[in-house]
Design a protein around this ligand. Structure first.
Ligand code: FAD
Length: 470
């Protein structure tokens, strides 16, 4: 086990370099503190554009810049790649696993920003046939499955099986589900035109399902109706009030009253239905004797601190405070609030200041030139909302180079007809299987490497396969 060197400055550990963790770290740039940012991936992921990586518009690099590159000029910050597996609140120490190498990081203040992962509402077995979309791995796997389905349909002589390959079912009619179905419809009707000889991609069946009676629940009713109309114009079948009861390789079962919807035969199923907090939420709440909500988010004090532990902040998707939604702005603003509180305390100001969220509005895109926007009393839809959506996302993307790349790829995809990122690999199409087989091999060879490198290093426990995929 490696331990970190003692430091004389106040030590801030930040778990997770998503929107919350990264903005908290940046807000501490001028503070007299040592910041350690720990993430199990090497990148900061811009999740709102994951669906564009899954559907071949943007490369993974454009939405996932390396964390250490973003923080390269911030001299009081260092970045550690690893998964936080244990938190000792009394000793103020984290235990980190980096592909089998274990280490410990001590802190004076801790910002927990580990986010959320896909939820299958108690049916994790659905994940095999209906992957979700939370990570770069997920998006690349979905890309492989979506483009791979068209390839398989082209070489399938049996019309019934061809139909199964050309049926795409997305579960969950929130912004992610709507964006994905809209883009699959664009692929089928526009981008893949004239690419195949045996099949016509425009004959694809694209279905969006949700157990709830409405789509895009966070939006006003008038915008929900517009979005539904736009999806129908794109040829998407929208079925609300249909709960998924089973998923297998060849299709999906639902409890819908219409007999035709009870069983949908489809090779490609995508889960965009629910999220639950990172398991670190329950871990830390259990250790502090504090509560979590149904989805594992930690109930915090109004200043985002863990009850009984003012030195621990829980922010973003992991935090339960006044039912604030799991969106990027909540994460960014709560991250900045935590950083500001630490700086004030170091100046001797211990007064508790509650976190106040400023809602900047909600946007969702449906397809090329169609979006909806709800900003305070303002409602926008269609082309103007889409331009607004593009501007906001371009501005929010991290790094100038990424903005230029995204602008170029959007031009190719939206003004032209192409998809710049259509390459798929066998590893992506069969990613889950390959990853699981590799995980076992990697962890045993890493343990052997550790043992060789240092006789004192303790053998790390084997990670469960696929534990990085959420
Ligand atoms: C597909 C998709 C689309 C979305 N679209 C929008 C949108 O359009 N607008 C919007 O406002 N919001 C959107 N969201 C939600 C938004 O992305 C989240 O609310 C936001 O990312 C939350 O930020 P966070 O910092 O709390 O967590 P995250 O951004 O999820 O970051 C968590 C970080 O913690 C790391 N981590 C997790 N566990 C550990 C561990 N044990 N050890 C080390 N590191 C760990 C992860 O690797 C990750 O980098 C979307 C989310 C998804 C998945």
């Amino acid at each position: 086990m490696q331990a970190t060197k003692p430091s004389s400055r106040h030590r801030v550990a930040i778990v997770g370099a998503g929107f919350g963790g990264l903005f908290a770290a940046q807000a501490l740039a001028r503070a007299d503190v040592d910041v350690t940012v720990i993430d199990r991936t090497n990148h900061h992921l811009f999740q709102p554009l994951l669906y564009q990586t899954a559907t071949g518009i943007l490369s993974e690099g454009a939405i996932a810049p390396p964390i250490r590159e973003i923080l390269r000029r911030q001299h009081n910050a260092r970045v550690l790649l690893g998964e936080v597996q244990a938190i000792n609140l009394d000793a103020r120490r984290l235990t980190i696993d980096s592909v089998g190498v274990r280490s410990e990081v001590s802190y004076d203040s801790l910002i927990l920003a580990a986010g959320a992962q896909q939820s299958y509402f108690g049916r994790p077995d659905f994940a095999w046939d209906a992957p979700g979309m939370k990570t770069i791995d997920d998006a690349l796997e979905l890309r492989g499955r979506i483009f791979g389905a068209f390839e398989m349909a082209e070489r399938e002589p049996d019309p019934r099986l061809r139909r199964i390959w050309l049926t795409f079912v997305v579960v969950g009619a929130g912004p992610t589900g709507v964006e994905l179905t809209g883009q699959i419809a664009e692929l089928a009707h526009r981008s893949l035109r004239r690419n195949f000889r045996r099949i016509d991609p425009a004959e694809s069946r694209i279905v969006l399902l949700d157990a709830a009676p409405t789509l895009l629940g966070a939006f006003p009713e008038s915008l929900q109706r517009r979005a539904a109309r736009d999806l129908e114009r794109l040829g998407v079948e929208l079925h609300l009030g249909a709960r998924v009861t089973g998923v297998d390789a060849a299709g999906i079962d639902t409890d819908a009253s219409a007999p035709g919807l009870r069983r949908l035969e489809a090779a490609t199923k995508i889960w965009a239905a629910g999220v639950e907090a990172s398991p670190l939420g329950r871990l830390v709440a259990g250790a502090a004797g504090s509560r979590t909500d149904r989805t594992g988010r930690v109930h915090v004090h109004p200043d985002c601190t863990l009850p009984g532990h003012p030195e621990v902040f829980v922010i973003g998707d992991l935090m339960q405070l006044d039912e604030l939604p799991g969106v990027a702005q909540v994460a960014i603003q709560s991250g900045r609030h935590a950083a500001a509180t630490i700086v004030r305390r170091l100046r001797g100001d211990d007064a508790e200041r509650p976190f106040r969220y400023r809602d900047k509005g909600t946007l969702a895109t449906i397809s090329r030139s169609r979006a909806i926007a709800s900003i305070g009393p303002l409602r926008a839809w269609g082309y103007p909302a889409w331009l607004l959506w593009m501007g906001v996302h371009l501005y929010a993307l991290t790094g100038f180079k990424n903005r230029v790349t995204a602008l170029f790829d959007w031009t190719v995809s939206f003004i032209g007809r192409g998809r710049p990122q259509r390459a798929i690999t066998t590893q992506q199409v069969f990613a889950r299987q390959v990853r699981e087989a590799q995980a076992a091999a990697v962890s045993s060879s890493a343990a052997a490497f550790n043992a060789m490198a240092s006789p004192q290093v303790r053998r790390a426990p084997r990670r469960s396969p696929g534990s990085s995929g959420g």
